[in-house]
Design a protein around this ligand. Structure first.
Ligand SMILES: [Zn+2]
Length: 68
């Protein structure tokens, strides 16, 4: 699986992130990407953002490892 790096600095990046998440089998439950749902198993999780407001590496990974 390709490692995604997703900078979150503005609206364009958020739209791009949504498209990337769809490819990874993950659904964004809100537009800020702070609440995610796995399309495979339906698990939901909330990645903790870094101090600078960006999301951590691999934040899109399902806790059940569907998309690792
Ligand atoms: Zn899953």
């Amino acid at each position: 699986m390709m490692q995604a790096t997703v900078p979150i600095t503005g609206e364009d990046e958020r739209r791009l992130q949504g498209a990337q998440m769809a490819k990874l089998g993950v659904r964004l439950l809100n537009k800020y990407g702070r609440h995610l749902q796995c399309d495979v198993c339906g698990a939901t999780w909330s990645p903790q953002p870094n101090p600078d407001g960006s999301l951590p590496r691999g934040f899109w990974r399902c806790p059940n490892r569907c998309n690792w």
